[in-house]
Design a protein around this ligand. Structure first.
Ligand code: SF4
Ligand code: SF4
Length: 331
């Protein structure tokens, strides 16, 4: 990366065309967790929201299948989160039903459940995102789960980089890199209260995280998202990772036309459904109730596009030269 000054883009689109056909549903099943990380807001792990009912989840599977897959030829990709989604008491049933609907499924997990459990659910997963929280995680267990899954599907590892434990965490990440040479790894900068402001990192730490820890082998199998390719006046067309937008402070697209709701949905633990994690456009329905799923892009009204899942959605600047078709197509 040259310098860290922000650039302005006319178009931010998926580097792989097939990623634009994926509706990635970020689905928080509840907020119970096996950990209580110091940087994680209580509301994300204290168990104050009951796990969603199987009946409500399955009814929404039907709606997703009709609206996105049958009517628009999209691929529905569920990405379950929590809390810790593997702690949902009916998680195996939910995964089996998703497979039966033809959905693809990922989990964002801390990998804390037993290796035996992960072997049981692996046939119902297409990819996993495992986050290594070294306040609680044991390196050996995390490595065993990750390695078993990496033999069967694409694995992405997020490693949360607490500034005060940066060097130790980097050493452990190197051990994970050696054990899973094909896994993609993000050295994840932490934001205060998971909000907009980054923790207090040194410039050197920021550069290490921006450079990442490149894979040593090719990964087989599909992931729902990858890099975005940017275009802008006077800028070379190039692929950019979500992390880079964040570290350079470029993730500000107020006024842009955005495919939130066309390529993405978000279901909160309490059942509230929005187009994306940002909630731009407001609630479009609730699990177990009436939902009006989007049919067109939306104009961004948020000051910051704070979350990786939201950054990885097609957007274009509302200028004459923006290729609108890239953010209007729903097929
Ligand atoms: S594992 Fe994730 S959800 Fe659980 S406490 Fe840590 S950051 Fe929060
Ligand atoms: S904040 Fe939401 S609407 Fe705005 S660019 Fe990001 S995903 Fe799109």
């Amino acid at each position: 990366m040259d310098d860290l000054s922000p650039r302005t883009f006319d178009l931010i689109e998926h580097s792989r065309a097939d990623h634009a056909r994926v509706v990635l549903v970020d689905w928080m099943l509840g907020n119970s967790c096996s950990y209580a990380c110091s940087y994680c807001p209580k509301s994300l792990h204290d168990g104050s929201v009951r796990w969603q009912s199987v009946a409500d989840v399955l009814a929404f599977y039907d709606l997703l299948q009709r609206h996105y897959a049958q009517l628009r030829g999209k691929r529905v990709w569920l990405q379950f989160t929590g809390g810790e989604p593997t702690m949902h008491p009916q998680i195996i049933r939910l995964l089996e039903a998703a497979t039966a609907c033809g959905f693809q499924v990922s989990l964002i997990s801390n990998a804390s459940r037993t290796l035996r459990f992960w072997e049981r659910i692996a046939p119902h997963l297409d990819s996993v995102i495992l986050t290594y929280h070294n306040e609680f995680a044991e390196l050996d267990h995390f490595r065993s789960v990750g390695r078993m899954l990496a033999e069967r599907m694409p694995v992405h590892l997020n490693v949360t980089m607490r500034p005060e434990h940066f060097d130790r965490t980097l050493d452990e990440t190197q051990a994970l890199r050696d054990a899973m040479p094909a896994a993609s790894i993000t050295l994840k900068p932490l934001r205060v209260d998971f909000d907009h402001d980054l923790f207090d990192y040194t410039p050197a730490q920021l550069r290490i995280m921006a450079a990442g820890l490149p894979a040593k082998a090719a990964q087989t199998g599909a992931m729902p998202r990858g890099t975005m390719t940017v275009q802008g006046t006077g800028l070379p067309r190039r692929a950019v990772r979500a992390n880079e937008f964040m570290i350079r402070g470029e993730n500000r697209w107020k006024g842009y036309r955005c495919n939130a709701g066309i390529e993405s949905l978000r279901i909160k633990g309490n059942g509230s459904i929005t187009r994306a994690v940002c909630s731009v456009g407001g609630e479009i329905g609730r699990l177990g109730g009436t939902v009006t799923l989007p049919v067109a892009p939306i104009v961004c009204s948020a000051e910051v596009c704070a979350c990786v899942a939201d950054i990885l959605i097609t957007k274009s600047r509302p200028s004459g030269q923006s290729p609108e078709r890239r953010v209007t197509g729903t097929g």
